[in-house]
Design a protein around this ligand. Structure first.
Ligand code: GCW
Length: 593
């Protein structure tokens, strides 16, 4: 058996591939494989705060114990090894809602200690840069990116960081988004901001990953248009060591969104995709939702930027438009919990992300098969049963949360549980802003008669989405406002179709639960019982979603439930009363029977 590579780290990856073959019981005697990653920077983005909390983290506290660092916990090494085993080679340690303190010497010494642990595993450390850091920790009165003192401050700061971490990867920046400071505070463009960092990082071979997740007040406009409108005109204005980091869809990590129209629309810009591994809108820790189908759906989506074959994956890996800097980012779901991710099945999403970052063409079922064999058993019944549960789980969640192209019906702060009735001061955080239900129908008109966001896609995609006759039904209400009684392809009315999707979501979770129960005794009790408990929560909450959403929409549609949909267990006022307290980080609306 020979494991060979042109680099040390390649040998490590090769060894992990061999171990994977052994663990999944592939015939090792005939084993021969050759593999290279399709994107260069395969990153995990932690949204970890210096106070130990994790934004949208559901697996305990932050893994980084800043108060004890530079003392090293053995978990850091285990974490690095796990990441290396799936090809991840970069970690952004801190939240994009950034704290400038991480750039001070006391913290840089801690960052350096982590970098030393990660280095042998081929993992580079990156940090988030708070745009206003020159004011907050630098004593300047401005953070204007064209001000020479500001530029000098960042240059010196970056040189200082490289003194601590010689192979530092660079910065990830969230600017002028959701209250974060940025270049527009000084009437400068995103390119001005990004290029300031890029210029200072270039001598050290560092990069800046600049997030495209921006939106202004949405009172008049369509929030999903804004990132494209802001960034597409800047194509060609970014330095070569800037990567524009764009979320998979134009809204915000929903159970389903169309792909982001910026992919393919900026041929002169290196573009990374940002996927969310932590399940902010997908049931957080307790719902079993395997995300590879979601990730793969966007990576294989056809942008038509250069005709057929112009998939998002090929935009990202640089083969479509010739970018040399390439990368993918996954928002981490890892915390201090013993099982790392809050639930056993959330580990599968970490695994799947790494595998797809290595090769975006891998299939969700082959990744699930590998993961189940390595995590549970090679017994064929166990493998078949668990892989099946995983593969149906994402569509189940779409069905019981936001079917047919609906989006953002979740509770307004915590994003957990249904709240289609909710309005908050910031209009574009309100479910009512997104679903637009009225007595005539439901859905957001993004065609020429509405916001025309559909025009941001390349022509064949644009036309397909814009036309009621050709838009895929799973994106229907994303692009169209449709009458409750309009006929769907099935021949049913929209109302009936919607109700049956919600019911299908509940039915699928029931079937998942039933399938899981057949594994008793075939896997260890601890993980069997934990998953059984979570699936019972998931089934209960799928019903909660179905009942609350359908009852609320029935107040507009005045339609009865179709045959096959179970009548809601409670009145609408009951569900309204369950609204989770807005300021509670992670509600558990336990009142549901
Ligand atoms: O929608 C939002 C999340 C925020 C997150 C933001 C972002 C880090 O709810 O928690 O902030 O996306 O991606 O910047």
């Amino acid at each position: 058996m020979i494991v060979a590579s042109t680099t040390d780290i390649g040998v490590l990856y090769g060894t992990f591939a061999l171990l994977r073959a052994v663990q999944t019981q592939r015939p090792v005697s005939a084993f021969s494989m050759k593999s290279a990653p399709r994107v260069r920077r395969r990153l995990l983005d932690h949204w970890d705060n210096l106070d130990g909390t994790v934004e949208r983290g559901y697996a305990g506290r932050s893994l980084w114990d800043w108060s004890r660092l530079p003392a090293i916990s053995p978990r850091y090494r285990d974490y690095a090894r796990a990441n290396a085993s799936i090809g991840i080679n970069g970690i952004v340690l801190t939240n994009v809602n950034a704290n400038a303190k991480v750039l001070t010497p006391a913290y840089l010494a801690k960052v350096a200690a982590l970098a030393d642990v990660f280095r042998p595993y081929g993992i580079t450390v990156y940090l988030t840069a708070r745009f206003s850091a020159p004011i907050e920790i630098g004593g300047l009165t401005t953070a204007d990116p064209l001000d020479s003192r500001v530029r000098a401050w960042w240059r010196a700061k970056i040189d200082e960081i490289y003194g601590y971490v010689p192979d530092f990867g660079g910065f990830l920046v969230k600017a002028n988004s959701e209250g974060q400071p940025g270049p527009q505070d000084y009437h400068r463009s995103h390119a001005d901001g990004a290029n300031m960092f890029a210029e200072a990082l270039a001598p050290h071979h560092g990069v800046v990953m600049w997030r495209a997740f921006v939106y202004r007040s949405a009172l008049a406009e369509d929030r999903v248009r804004q990132s494209y409108d802001e960034f597409a005109p800047l194509d060609g204005h970014f330095r070569s060591n800037v990567l524009l980091q764009t979320k998979n869809g134009p809204l915000d990590f929903q159970p389903r969104e169309p792909f982001h129209p910026l992919f393919g629309a900026m041929p002169k810009t290196a573009q990374m995709i940002e996927l969310q591994i932590t399940k902010e809108y997908l049931g957080e820790d307790s719902h079993l939702v395997y995300l590879a189908p979601l990730f793969s759906e966007v990576l294989t989506a056809e942008t038509y930027a250069r005709g057929p074959g112009s998939t998002v994956g090929r935009v990202i890996d640089g083969t479509l438009q010739g970018q040399r800097e390439t990368g993918m980012a996954g928002v981490s779901n890892i915390g201090s919990d013993t099982n790392w991710t809050g639930s056993e099945f959330n580990q599968a999403n970490w695994y799947a992300y790494g595998r797809l970052a290595w090769d975006h063409g891998l299939s969700p079922d082959s990744i699930a098969d590998e993961w189940v064999r390595m995590s549970f058993s090679n017994d064929s019944t166990v493998v078949r049963t668990i892989v099946h549960i995983m593969l149906v789980s994402r569509e189940a969640a779409v069905n019981y949360m936001t079917p047919l192209g609906l989006a953002h019906l979740m509770g307004t702060n915590h994003h957990y549980g249904p709240a289609p009735w909710a309005r908050v001061t910031r209009a574009d955080w309100s479910p009512v802003y997104f679903h637009r239900a009225d007595s005539a129908g439901i859905g957001f008109d993004r065609t020429i008669t509405g916001s025309n966001a559909v025009a941001q896609y390349f022509p064949p995609v644009r036309n397909r989405y814009a036309d009621r006759a050709t838009v895929p039904e799973h994106l229907l209400l994303w692009f169209h406002h449709v009458a409750w009684t309009d006929q769907m392809r099935s021949g049913r009315t929209l109302w009936d179709e919607l109700a049956l999707h919600y019911q299908a979501g509940v039915d699928t979770v029931r079937a998942m639960r039933h399938a899981w129960s057949s594994l008793r005794g075939k896997i260890d009790d601890e993980r069997f019982t934990e998953t059984e408990r979570f699936l019972s929560i998931q089934e209960r909450e799928a019903r909660w979603w179905r009942d609350a959403v359908l009852q609320y929409f029935a107040t507009f549609s005045h339609q009865p439930l179709p045959i096959g949909v179970e009548p809601p267990a409670h009145s609408l006022s009951y569900y309204l009363a369950l609204r989770c307290p807005r300021d509670e980080h992670k509600p558990r609306c336990e009142a549901i029977p």
